[in-house]
Design a protein around this ligand. Sequence first.
Ligand code: SF4
Length: 304
Amino acid sequence: MGPRSLKVRPKLGRARSDAVLRRVLDAFLESLSPEKLIQGDPIELVRRYSSDADQEVAGLLVAALAYGRVASIKVAAERVLSLLGPTPSTAIQDAPTRERLGGFMYRFQRGDDLPRFLSAIAEVRDRHGSLAAAFATGLSKTDADYAGALDRFVLALRAAAGPSPSRGLLFLMPRADGATGSAKRLFLYLRWMVRESSIDLGTWNRLRPGVLDPAKLVIPLDTHIQRISGYIGLTDRQSPGLATAKEITHALARLRPDDPLHYEMALCHLGISGACPRRRDPECCHDCPIRGVCRLGAPPPGWR
Ligand code: SF4
């Protein structure tokens, strides 16, 4: 059953249904081990670096490659990071080191896609001192969230990557203007850099103290988040675009205004784990941690 068939609204008042949702998600999140969530996420590779400079460079590289299965992403990203050595922020300054990656291939990436991407990161860092500072130059007080700043950051990277980029190179730097897709991978990168938690790194908050606000993050929207969000009434949209990502983020902000992505890993984990059969199933739904708020598995009393 897809999200279209879930176009129902709770009869509970919004405040009450939000309180129920918050309680269920809090309990679910509490039951999850941060260590296990990290193991199932590409951020595991980035957390190996202790310096802020290496975290922001390795993070952008890993996030840009974060498409496909998590296991494949980790193999591909691990290969690049091992070639860059223990300090990727230093290694990308060095053209011969970058060139050694010219044979790297991962799905859409071929030839010199990766060296050009790394050169673009190096150039932007060189110009601004850090990627955090480069991102901060694109901030606007009138923006309700970081989509605009992220798009300006991407345009700076694209300009630094030079003319005639291949499709594989552009794919590493997706626009966040809402025209195509939800820029999921780069919003994931922002989550790692801006949020501070037992999972996320908060690297840019150390590099630019007091400048960035987790409340302005947009959820990195993948199929898992979209599906589970539909089940629990955060969205009825079916398109996996930026508008859907923002709608889900706004709904989550009602539960946690200061940190709308607080529950993101939990929702994603439920989808990735395969525990949900995507239909009402007495056995699976009975044991499901979000059964009390799932419109598909077991609509709560008062919901129709
Ligand atoms: S209650 Fe059932 S349908 Fe809903 S998320 Fe859980 S397992 Fe999936």
